[in-house]
Design a binder for this molecule. Structure first.
Ligand code: PAF
Length: 268
């Protein structure tokens, strides 16, 4: 595995490989099994696997957790190497946003709901970094986790709207045995907070079950969350992100968690 810090170096290294299938796994590091599932899917389906590791400052709001975001590059490098990644692209913020940088991608409707209400500039930052990574790597396919279902929908829209020639491959959410969706931010949860956080996947499952029985998934999930006094519910909603999904965001102590499940969508 080659670790590359400079855009030009990566472009030159990839130049002779463009006839073959190149897969990109964009990440912000602090790898868990969810990231490894993305890397494994890419390794299985592509000739060359590029993983980017960049904590993108422009997708964090001013009051958000950029400083607190977990970092462990040495461990990430080892894990990426073990998964057979060919190029690990780990640029500095200045390499990606040099002085004078001023052009951004502004996704609209999809970026304004749910996460967009709470994090108004988030998807602008995500769409901008993803477009930059797509232009630098020129992958045939890019891999994203379904846990961030709204992000996935924004990226799929970006590819469609800007006529980008790549395929977006969603990879199912990976969960711990207790049901909690893996997220780099889970490391911030104390053991007591982790117990509280389990109310989130439980509520979503109850909502999905209610929907299968002809009930209202949002009302059911919201009621289940309200029984857990240790968390604050930010939203519970159904949205059509490549099919109907029940999505929720909660705050547990200082940690914000999002999760979603698919709905059958037949009885609503
Ligand atoms: O999902 C993430 O980790 C980030 O939003 C992404 C897609 C790597 C862009 O910074």
């Amino acid at each position: 595995m080659k670790v590359v810090r400079a855009k030009d170096e990566l472009c030159s290294a990839l130049e002779p490989l463009h006839g073959s299938r190149i897969g990109l796994v964009p990440t912000m590091g602090a790898f868990h099994d969810g990231h490894l599932a993305l890397l494994r899917a890419a390794r299985k389906e592509c000739d060359t696997v590029v993983c980017s590791l960049f904590i993108n400052p422009t997708q964090f709001g001013q009051s958000e957790d950029l400083e607190r975001y977990p970092r462990n590059e040495a461990r990430d490098l080892e894990l990426a190497r073990a998964e057979g990644v060919d190029f690990l692209f780990a640029p500095s913020p200045e390499e990606i946003y040099p002085p004078g940088f001023e052009t951004r991608v502004e996704p609209e409707r999809l970026a304004l709901e749910l996460e967009g209400v709470i994090r108004p500039t988030h998807f602008r930052g995500v769409a901008t970094i993803c477009l930059k990574l797509f232009n630098i790597v020129r992958p045939n396919v890019a891999y994203f986790g379904a846990k961030d279902a709204q992000q996935l929908a924004v990226i799929e829209r970006l590819v469609l709207d800007l006529d980008l020639e790549l395929e977006i491959r969603p990879v199912e959410t990976v969960r711990d045995d207790d049901g909690l969706a893996l997220s780099s931010r889970n490391v911030h949860l104390s053991p007591a907070e982790r117990k509280v956080a389990l109310a989130l996947p439980r509520a979503l499952e109850l909502g999905a079950e209610a929907e299968r029985d002809g009930g209202d998934p949002v009302v059911t999930a919201r009621a289940a969350l309200s029984e857990e006094p240790g968390l604050k519910t930010q939203y519970v909603a159904v949205a059509d992100y490549a099919g109907p999904r029940l999505l929720a965001a909660v705050q547990v102590g200082k940690t914000r968690l999002i999760d979603n499940v698919t709905l059958e969508g037949t009885k609503r």
